[in-house]
Design a protein around this ligand. Structure first.
Ligand SMILES: C[S@@+](CC[C@H](N)C(=O)[O-])C[C@H]1O[C@@H](n2cnc3c(N)ncnc32)[C@H](O)[C@@H]1O
Ligand SMILES: [Zn+2]
Length: 279
């Protein structure tokens, strides 16, 4: 399956399928990986040899998400998607920083008349994502230079990933929706309290950072408790975040001793629209 809206990451001309590759008019050529994803990350765009989440983080995230503790987040975003896509025949939805594709896949299953694209800078994450579904166009690419045509997306979702206002505005249609999910101060607070003497307040303010390109049209907090009773499950949750990967043995042992442990999930879900003259 080739997506007609794909654009060359080097010159931004449309990409057309040619045998097992995608080619632009300037003859930039990208091969399809045997797992079925497209690698559209040019060497020039890579700040490191192997950018994004590493294999251990990807595997841990997959194992943890498959426990379905975060299903309420799947459902909350799905409700927003359903509302936004109502009446559209086949909309283009891109999940930027999709990781190993848990959320993208769940939404695509329920909204299968639409075209879903999962994009991540980590090759390991996208390889894992291809195992979830072949109905989604999986792309290894940078969110800073998304290889899709300008003004081509109906929805862009960004869950726990980087905020890049200009690139986001460029690829969205004028009336399109940006769905952003970011943690509140209370997200997994119990883990942070165990790991740090002092928890620094975050000054992350996406509403301010997205202004003046985007304005917020709605914002809600989704919070609930979930419980982990097995050491492997707590281990995967720790391993899927950079903080957890650095945790020392003593703190980890003390957390393991607290099993079963009740943890608080808490995120903000913001819906944004482009402002006029946003480019
Ligand atoms: C915390 S993970 C979230 C993954 C997924 N959205 C989820 O919630 O399960 C952040 C993801 O953003 C990706 N990422 C980081 N920088 C990126 C960039 N510049 N462009 C695209 N993806 C990026 C990472 O590789 C990682 O998979
Ligand atoms: Zn090109």
């Amino acid at each position: 399956m080739t997506n007609p809206i794909l654009a060359c990451p080097l010159c931004r001309a449309p990409l057309a399928p040619f045998e097992n590759s995608l080619v632009c008019e300037a003859k930039h050529c990208f091969d399809r990986a045997k797992q079925g994803y497209w690698n559209l990350l040019s060497v020039q765009q890579k700040k490191s040899l192997d950018p994004g989440d590493n294999p251990q983080m990807v595997q841990a995230r997959s194992q943890f998400l498959d426990l379905d503790h975060y299903l309420p987040l799947v459902e909350a975003v799905q409700t927003i998607l359903q509302r936004e896509l109502q009446g559209l025949q086949s909309a283009q939805v891109l999940d930027m920083g999709c990781g190993e594709g848990y959320y993208t896949h769940q939404w695509q299953r329920h909204l299968s008349q639409h075209q879903f694209i999962g994009l991540d800078i980590s090759k390991h994450a996208i390889k894992a994502a291809t195992r979830r579904s072949r109905q989604i166009s999986w792309l290894v690419a940078s969110g800073a230079n998304m290889p899709v045509a300008d003004h081509s997306l109906d929805v862009l979702s960004v869950l726990f990933s980087r905020l890049m206002p200009e690139p986001f505005a460029k690829v969205l249609k004028d009336d399109a929706l940006l769905i952003l999910v970011w943690p509140t101060q209370d997200h997994l607070l119990q883990l942070k309290q165990a790991m740090y003497q002092q928890i620094k307040p975050s000054n992350y303010d996406p509403v301010a950072e997205l202004s003046p390109l985007f304005s917020v049209i709605s914002q809600q907090t989704l919070a609930f408790d979930f419980s982990l009773d097995q050491p492997e499950h707590l281990q995967t949750l720790l391993l899927m975040t950079p903080h957890g990967q650095r945790i020392n043995a003593e703190i980890k042992a003390s957390l393991m001793n607290q099993l079963p442990i009740k943890l608080g999930f808490s995120v903000n879900i913001g819906c944004f629209k482009k402002c006029a003259d946003s480019e």
